[in-house]
Design a binder for this molecule. Structure first.
Ligand SMILES: [Zn+2]
Length: 288
C-alpha cells in the first residue's frame, strides 16, 4: 500500500480537484536524501511509495557541494530528509532548512561509533570533514545496517501501521548480513590486504575487515611530492597491487602512483545508488 498517496486521495475527496492536482505534483510525495547511496536505504524500506530525490548530483563531490535554491525549496516541501549527518552542506544548509520548515531531518550517523582518523599515515589525526569524523559510513555493510535501523525507526514513527515497510527493512538487513559473509569469503583470497585510493572512503570497511587503506589525498588536498613518495613507499612495503580512483577527484595523480607501482588504476564509484553492488564490487576487485 502507499499510505501517502492514499492520504492524498482522501484529501481529494474533501478538497477541490484543482488544488489536489496541484498537491500531487509538488514535492509532498518526495523524500530527499543528501547523497545517492542513501537512496538504497530509503527505497530498501519504503519501496516505490515515494519519489526519492538526491541532492548531490553525479560527479560532484559531497564535501564541497552546496544545494541550489530549487533544491532548497524541495527540501522544505518534502516528507522527510535523510542525511549521513557528517557532510558539510548537510548540517550547514539542509538541517537548518528542515528546522525552519518543520520537515523531519533524520541523521543516519546518530547511533554510530565514528572513526575520526581518515588516513593511516603518521598524520592520522588529520581530516577535512564536518564534525571531525569520517563520514563514509555507507561503504561498510555493518555501518549500513546501523543506518538502516535508524532510518527504519524514523519511517516507522511516521507510518506505524505499515507492515510492508517492516518486512522490507528486515529483508534489507538479511541482504546486508549475507553481503558481510560474502565479503569475508572473498577477502580470504586476497594477496595483499592493503590498497591505495585517492580520497580515503573505505575507513570503516578497512577497520572491520582487517584492511589497510593508503590515501593519496593529504589534508583534503592534492598531495605534495613528499606525501606521494611516502604513499608509494608504503604501498611497495605492503605489496599493494590495487590503486583506486574516484571520478569526483583528480585522476592524474592516481595514474602517477599506479605507474610507480606498475599497475592499472581501477575506478570505484562510491556514490553509486547500488551500495551493495558497489561494496562487493570493490572487494571483488581487491581480491582479483
Ligand atoms: Zn570524504
Amino acid at each position: 500500500m502507499k499510505p501517502m498517496r492514499k492520504l492524498l486521495l482522501l484529501l481529494c475527496a474533501v478538497a477541490t480537484l484543482s488544488s489536489c492536482g496541484e498537491r500531487m505534483r509538488t514535492a509532498e510525495t518526495q523524500i530527499v536524501v543528501s547523497i545517492e547511496p542513501l537512496r538504497a536505504i530509503v527505497e530498501g524500506i519504503v519501496g516505490d511509495d515515494f519519489e526519492v530525490v538526491t541532492l548531490v548530483p553525479p560527479g560532484a563531490s559531497p564535501e564541497t557541494y552546496e544545494p541550489t535554491p530549487e533544491q532548497m525549496e524541495r527540501v522544505e516541501r518534502s516528507q522527510m530528509v535523510f542525511a549521513v549527518g557528517l557532510i558539510g552542506f548537510e548540517h550547514s544548509t539542509v538541517e537548518r532548512l528542515t528546522e525552519s520548515a518543520a520537515v523531519r531531518y533524520v541523521n543516519l550517523s546518530e547511533s554510530i561509533d565514528l572513526l575520526d582518523g581518515h588516513c593511516h599515515h603518521d598524520h592520522a589525526e588529520e581530516h577535512h570533514h564536518a564534525e571531525g569524523a569520517n563520514p563514509h559510513l555507507w561503504t561498510s555493510p555493518r555501518q549500513l545496517r546501523q543506518m538502516a535501523a535508524t532510518a527504519y525507526a524514523a519511517i516507522a514513527a511516521e507510518w506505524p501501521d505499515s507492515t510492508v515497510y517492516k518486512a522490507n527493512y528486515e529483508a534489507f538487513i538479511t541482504r546486508l548480513d549475507s553481503l558481510d559473509g560474502r565479503i569475508i569469503r572473498r577477502l580470504s583470497e586476497v594477496t595483499s590486504r592493503a590498497f591505495v585510493i585517492y580520497h580515503p572512503t573505505f575507513g570503516y570497511l578497512a577497520e572491520e575487515y582487517g584492511l589497510t587503506e593508503i590515501a593519496i589525498e593529504s589534508h583534503g588536498k592534492e598531495p605534495s611530492a613528499d606525501h606521494l613518495r611516502h604513499v608509494v613507499d608504503e604501498a611497495r612495503a605492503k605489496g599493494v597491487s590495487k590503486v583506486f580512483y574516484q571520478r569526483e577527484f583528480p585522476r592524474s595523480v592516481v595514474e602517477t602512483v599506479a605507474r610507480e607501482l606498475d599497475v592499472e588504476p581501477i575506478e570505484v564509484d562510491i556514490l553509486s545508488g547500488d551500495v551493495e553492488g558497489m561494496i562487493y564490487g570493490f572487494v571483488d576487485k581487491l581480491a582479483r
